[in-house]
Design a protein around this ligand. Structure first.
Ligand code: ZN
Length: 109
């Protein structure tokens, strides 16, 4: 497997995720200081509260994905990339092609 290309791909994805997270933070959905605490400001209407909840969920999802991308990058560095985190078997090229940040095989995911 060409890990140079793979690293580029993962790093590009990492930048995308970071940018999306930043835009959520700068949009006011998530305060970087407060972390992910959800507090309903006085006077905020229900629709705004729901929208904020959605953005917080998006932020958590992005954060989780960022963790996975980082884990994949660490594995490339260690030379263990492509092996399942759980059972240790090869993840398989087809799966890695579709999901370069996959860290577990299809059976374990
Ligand atoms: Zn597995």
């Amino acid at each position: 497997m060409d890990t140079t290309k793979l690293t580029d791909k993962l790093q590009a994805r990492r930048i995308e995720i970071t940018e999306q997270m930043e835009s959520l933070v700068s949009g006011g959905a998530v305060s970087s200081g407060e972390g992910l605490a959800f507090t309903e400001p006085v006077g905020e209407d229900r629709a705004a509260a729901v929208q904020r909840m959605t953005q917080l969920n998006m932020h958590s999802g992005l954060e989780a994905e960022l963790g996975t991308v980082d884990a994949a990058l660490a594995k490339i560095e260690e030379g263990t990339y492509g092996n399942c985190e759980i059972c240790g078997e090869a993840i398989g090229d087809a799966r890695l092609e579709a999901l370069p940040w996959a860290i577990s095989c299809i059976n374990c995911s």
